[in-house]
Each structure stands twice: as C-alpha cells, then as structure tokens.
Design a protein around this ligand. Structure first.
Ligand code: DHB
Length: 396
C-alpha cells in the first residue's frame, strides 16, 4: 500500500519560495507539507546571490522568518556603475527612499528552515517529486519517493510547484516540462569566493572593453566576485593568478584586494517565463515559473513577490472559498515577472560585451550608460527597479 499524506497545501521545493510560502500559510492557519529532493545540508550550503530588495527584507522580518538579516546582513545604500574606468554612484535612499541588504540566499534558507522546524512544519528532505496530477480536480496529488525509494502520495487541496528551474510540477501546469518563453545569452559569469578584505564598500558593476565584472562582498573577510566568461568555460581551467588578472582588467580604477580563492563556479545565463503559471489547483512560483539572468539579483526577490501574491490568493480560496484572487494570480504575477525580466535583461545587455559586438555596439553601450548615470530620471529608474517595486502586502 502506498502511503498517502493528506494536507491542505502540498509544496514541492524547499527553496526560498516554498519555505516562505509555508511560513506565511502557517501564520494564516493553513497547514502544508513541504518536500525537497535535496538534503538540508545541500540547501543550506549552495552558494547563490546575495542582494535582498527592501520589500523582501520587510517580509522576512515582519513575518518573523529572519531577524539575522538585520544583524548579520549589511545595508547597502547604493551601487556603483563603472565604465571607461570611471565610477558613478547610484544613491538609493535619495532617489527612492529605499535600500537593499546584502545577505546571501543560503543564510535566508537557514533562517527559514529553522523557523519552519520550530513552528512544527512537516518539512521532508531527500524526497523526490515524480509528478503532479489532478490539477483540474478538487484534490490534486503529488506522487513522490522518499530517501529510501519508498513511494508515497500527497493528497491536497492545492499543489504549489516551488521546485526550481528543473521543475517537475511545471508539466502539470503547462503540459510540458519546458513550455515557456526563452532567451539564451552568449556569456556566463565566472564566480569566486575568496578570503580577502573588501575591495569596495558597495557593489561595483563594471563595464569594460574586456567584458563585465561585479565586485560584491560577503563579510569583512570573505568576498564574492564575478567576471564575464564563455558559457563553456571550465571553472578549474584557470590558475588563481589568471583569475585575478581577468578580474582586475575588468575593473580599471580599483586595485582589487586579493586572497585565497576557496570556491569557483560558472553560472549560465538564461531568461525563461513559463507559458502558464497556474492550471486549476496547481500553481508555480519562483524559478519553476521563471528564471532571470543574475545581473541585478532579481531571482530570489521575484520568488518572494510571487509567494506574497499566491499566499493571499490561497488564503481567500482556502479560508473563504473565494476564487477571484487565484483566478487572477498568473495575470498579476506576470506583470512584475516581465518587468523583472526586462530589468535583468537590460542590466545584462547594458553591462556585458557580446562576443560579436562591433565598435558601434560598444560606443552605443557607453552612450546608454552615460544617459543613465548623468540623468536623475535615469538613476531613479535603475534605483527603483534594483531596490524593488512595491509588493503585495503579506497578510499578517
Ligand atoms: C550578487 C549577485 C548578483 O547577481 C548581483 O546582481 C549582485 C550581487 C552576489 O552574489 O553578491
């Protein structure tokens, strides 16, 4: 006999989207079961981006999911755009009244997992979702396999696919695991973590003839940096000296503080939006619904925005039997998703050098950067998007 677990909401994926959703649902008195293929340790140690929008921080703190973001994280009041060797600061508070926080995604995940377990959440690691069925019934189901390979089912009133870019739940919504709008990019990021003091107090997004680099931070002693590379690059092929050389030539005007590199990876770029975000009683959030290229760090923030909308819609549906918000979920979420897609694409295309860029393209790009930094309207446009457009308010 296959075991069947009954719950109100089955959430596939214990990333930021799935965990935050379970947290907000629990606060509204709605029980859920969260499953993830990965172990807790894998989830808590995978290196991802580090910038949280103003509204993301508000949600994490006001919902009681994380206080550490304010104590361990660092508030950033601006970024620098650098081109032709000159830095141009974009000051967020004076332009938008908002700021962002540097607090790595895996720290958010540690906080969310701790908060959920303290709250008695049914949270199962090492569980593989095989498929989701019954979107157009009152009891959709997740068919899964636990860490020992034993099959079980989750029978719920609603199923949420928060299972990332290789989502299994997506097929139940779009009819195929790949159905969506795509864009590929002819470059990637070579990312490092190193032991060194910060090279700059704020993030530097640098455009240079040699390509893009991003100087980010993690702490007083650990730094995160990226430089544009070929998507096929082998992260192990460069020596530490060659990595520093590649980084340094892309950030003219700043002498980078070097130190031992203890982590390296190549991040591929992709823009994707699923053709559908909901079918009946199954909905997608976060990377299962969309992926953005990393420039501008919108990925996790966009997942949080989806979750706020879906949580509100599920409260109306499951507590008041009101279907209006769930019927409007996809349309409302897609407005922000496409704005974030545009912003991520725009930051990417404005700052990177395409392999086939002509002199015209290069000079036009500098003209574009200049038109942003020399205009208060231009700086404000960037700052509004970077710090995050207003969010649906959480219901607590
Ligand atoms: C980081 C990553 C980003 O994609 C970004 O735009 C800013 C910061 C980071 O990992 O620190």
């Amino acid at each position: 006999m296959t075991e069947t677990v009954r719950t109100r909401v089955a959430i596939v994926g214990a990333g930021p989207a799935g965990l935050l959703l379970s947290h907000l649902l629990a606060a509204a008195g709605i029980e859920s079961v969260v499953i993830d293929q990965r172990t807790r340790d894998e989830i808590e140690s995978t290196i991802r981006a580090g910038i949280l929008e103003h509204g993301t921080v508000d949600v994490l703190t006001s919902s009681g999911a994380s206080d550490r973001v304010l104590t361990v994280g660092h508030r950033h009041d601006g970024i620098e755009l650098r081109f032709e060797g000159q830095g141009h600061r974009i000051d967020f508070p004076s332009l938008t009244g908002r700021n962002v926080w540097l607090y790595p995604q895996h720290e958010v995940l540690k906080d969310l997992i701790a908060a959920r377990l303290a709250g008695g959440q049914d949270l199962r690691f090492g569980v593989t979702a095989l498929r989701v069925e019954g979107a157009n019934t009152d009891r959709p189901r997740v068919f899964a396999e636990d860490a020992e390979g034993k099959a079980f089912e989750i029978d719920a009133e609603f199923v949420v696919g928060a299972d990332g870019s290789r989502s299994v739940a997506r097929a139940a919504v779009t009819g195929s695991s790949t159905g969506g709008y795509f864009r590929e990019y002819p470059f990637a990021w070579f990312g490092i973590l190193c032991e060194a003091p910060p090279s700059s107090e704020e993030l530097i997004y640098s455009n240079s003839a040699e390509g893009f680099a991003l100087i980010s931070q993690r702490s007083a002693t650990v730094q995160r940096m990226y430089f544009q590379c070929d998507p096929e690059a082998d992260p192990e092929a460069l020596s530490e000296e060659e990595i520093w050389e590649q980084l340094q030539i892309r950030v003219p005007g700043t002498t980078l503080q070097q130190g031992p590199i203890f982590q390296r990876d190549v991040l591929r770029f992709r823009s994707f939006v699923a053709h559908e975000l909901r079918a009946g009683r199954v909905a997608l959030v976060g990377d299962a619904a969309h992926t953005v290229p990393p420039t501008g760090a919108k990925g996790m923030n966009l997942a949080v925005a989806d979750v706020l909308l879906l949580e509100r819609a599920l409260r109306a549906l499951l507590l008041e039997n009101d279907e209006r918000l769930i019927d409007g979920y996809a349309e409302t979420a897609l407005q922000r998703i496409w704005k974030a897609q545009h912003f991520s694409w725009w930051m990417t295309s404005m700052l990177h050098v395409a392999p086939d860029a002509s002199d015209f393209d290069r000079l036009r790009q500098v003209g574009e950067l200049r038109s942003v930094v020399e205009s208060e309207a231009g700086r404000t446009y960037l700052a509004e998007a970077y710090t995050g457009w207003p969010l649906a308010s959480a219901g607590h």
